[in-house]
Design a protein around this ligand. Structure first.
Ligand code: DAH
Length: 338
């Protein structure tokens, strides 16, 4: 029995030495260690071994199994190493990695960042207010009478409790003056909502940037200087800016601001870009009534305000022909602004 086991070991190790691939390895393993393998068969013979030899034979059996198993494992490891080496042979690990797809900022974020940067340089601080507003903040305090068309059910999203989705960011003027005393110099970018039919130039949710400066002796010259500087920073130092008399309930006098812009290959054209004006004393009076103090005494303070559409600004700046592109999240569109 001991001699038989020696023979099996010698045969097995010789067979393993000749192995060159995984299939052969598996064949050899089965031939010796498999259910019908020669070592397994020899082990079955243990029951016929006389009791006094069982210990020696059993030990030998374990040694032989051990020797065959470790030879098989070593050969398997060698085969894997060879395969790895072959796979790496055509690979240059020093090549740069393939670039991962990169995200970018939405064109609206880009315009907003740019606008805020310029205005902060002029001393404007960021302010905010709620998108769900009271009628008082959105209209009454802004000197907008109850019969004004902007307050119409068909133009404004009203809630059953009487609140509404703010139709402009001008409500932040009131929110700020309620909390803070002069001087106030703020910008408030944010969403505004109107029940507009959606088309190439209208969205029912859009973005505005509001500005307010209140102090003693703020003049129309300050307003013109501020907006001219702002638009020239955004559109270039030669940009012509025009203030055209207009009407807004909360400013007097009021203006619409036009820029003379020239799209590539077209004649220059005046394009309306913002509304602005000197804060109407009636607005200060209403804020003062609510505050219960004289911080905004219309006899003592003056101010200017302005508001512009950020979506429109992005359209003009980037030549975007249709506002709906801004909300469709089409990657082919968005990747053009990286
Ligand atoms: N709130 C106006 C709108 O949505 C824009 C505007 C006009 C804002 C004149 C102002 C302003 O602050 O002074 O159409």
């Amino acid at each position: 029995m001991l001699a038989q086991l020696d023979t099996i070991q010698t045969e097995a190790l010789a067979a393993i030495a000749g192995i060159t691939d995984e299939a052969a390895l598996e064949e050899v393993r089965i031939a010796f260690l498999g259910k019908k393998g020669s070592l397994t068969a020899a082990a079955a013979g243990m029951r016929d071994v006389p009791a006094e030899q069982k210990k020696d034979v059993g030990q030998k059996l374990n040694e032989v199994r051990e020797a065959i198993t470790s030879a098989l494992e070593a050969t398997a490891a060698g085969l894997i190493a060879k395969k790895d080496a072959a796979a790496f042979a055509n690979l240059d690990p020093t090549l740069p990695a393939r670039p991962l797809p990169k995200g970018g900022l939405h064109p609206l974020s880009l315009v907003l960042d740019e606008a805020v940067k310029v205005l902060r340089r002029m001393g404007f601080a960021l302010a905010e207010g709620p998108e769900i507003e009271t009628e008082w903040h959105c209209f009454d305090a802004l000197n907008t009478p109850a019969d004004h068309p902007a307050r119409n059910e068909s133009d404004t999203f009203y809630f059953e409790n009487g609140k509404l989705l703010r139709t402009h960011t001008s409500s932040v003027q009131i929110r700020t003056m309620e909390k803070e005393t002069t001087p106030v110099r703020i910008i408030a970018p944010g969403s505004a909502f109107r029940r507009d039919e959606i088309d190439a130039t209208h969205l029912s949710a859009f973005h505005q940037l509001e500005g307010l400066y209140v102090d003693r002796r703020v003049t129309l010259a300050d307003l013109k200087g501020t907006l001219e500087y702002f638009f020239r920073e955004i559109f270039g130092s030669k940009t012509e800016v025009r203030f055209r008399p207009h009407f807004f309930p909360f400013t007097e006098p009021s203006f619409e601001v036009d820029l003379k812009l020239q799209a590539a290959g077209r004649a220059a054209k005046w394009i309306e870009i913002a509304g602005c004006g000197m804060v109407d004393p009636a607005v200060f009076a209403e804020v003062g009534r609510k505050r219960g103090d004289a911080a905004y005494d219309p006899e003592k303070v003056t101010g200017f305000a302005f508001g512009m559409g950020l979506d429109r600004l992005a359209m003009i700046l980037y030549g975007i022909p249709d506002l709906r592109l801004l909300i469709e999240n089409d990657v082919r569109f968005l990747t053009q602004f990286r």
